[in-house]
Design a protein around this ligand. Structure first.
Ligand code: SAM
Length: 230
């Protein structure tokens, strides 16, 4: 498993300053901010959702670390009901930015909330009738696991990502799916981290991204892997 030197991308201060600036830009010139891993990664994740959990399934969908909300707006444009869509981010600036953008995209009712995925349970989806944590049909991650991996180890020396897979299991319904896109971890590394006895998650499917060839080796710049909770 790849481990990384801690960097500012693994700190909340970094994201707070990014979104403070992006919010100002949006208010001044309508720029919605960075699209992490490009438009194609959004399109491919939306295609995966349409094939596996179409809008007619009325799934409850949560994006972990939703940033400016681009992926959720992609799902909205693809026909998902606004009530199905939820985003959490630990940066208050990201939540403000995504809410402001949502007003201009017919998505004012998408629930964006401030929440630290590793340490807090998100607000329940409107469709949940029971007061429990495992209420989500689909969790999405585009770049958040990557960012968390750039944080510091905890006091016991555990990797910053160590709690992440268990949090996915805690929030997913039995039979629920988790789709992650990463540009720091390979498909095999994602499988090794998430599809374990402990999590109860199993490999479900993958998204093919454009491949690059370099030095005689061929690989994808990003990996997207889906898991299902048994
Ligand atoms: C690389 S950005 C990706 C944003 C968004 N998913 C996208 O694709 O545009 C990583 C995001 O994860 C958020 N984040 C990092 N750690 C988090 C945590 N523990 N809980 C919630 N959000 C977190 C950051 O604030 C940032 O918005």
């Amino acid at each position: 498993m790849a481990t990384f030197e801690p960097s500012k991308l693994g700190t909340k201060e970094h994201w707070d300053s990014v979104y403070e600036e992006e919010l100002e830009n949006f208010e001044e010139i309508g720029d919605e901010g960075e699209i992490w891993f490009g438009v194609e990664s959004v399109e491919k994740m939306v295609e995966w959702a349409l094939e596996n959990l179409p809008p007619s399934a009325n799934a409850s969908i949560l994006e972990v670390g939703s940033g400016n909300g681009t992926l959720l707006f992609g799902l909205l444009d693809a026909g998902y009901a606004v009530q199905a869509l939820h985003g959490i981010d630990y940066s208050a600036g990201a939540v403000s930015l995504s809410k402001e953008i949502a007003k201009t995209r017919g998505g004012s009712d998408i629930v964006f909330t401030e929440c630290d995925f590793l340490n807090e349970d998100p607000q329940q989806p409107q469709t949940a009738s029971l007061d429990r944590s495992d209420v989500w049909d689909l969790l999405l991650d585009k770049g958040t696991y990557d960012a968390i991996a750039l944080g510091e180890r905890d006091e016991q020396g555990n990797l910053p990502t160590s709690k992440y897979p268990g949090r996915v299991t805690r929030l997913l319904k039995p039979g629920g799916h988790f789709l992650i896109t990463s540009c720091n971890f390979t498909e095999d590394e994602l499988k090794a981290a998430f599809a374990t006895e402990e999590t109860g998650l199993a490999y479900h499917s993958r998204i093919q991204h454009p491949t690059l060839s370099f030095g005689g080796k061929t690989g994808s710049s990003c990996s997207s892997v889906a898991f299902v909770k048994r």
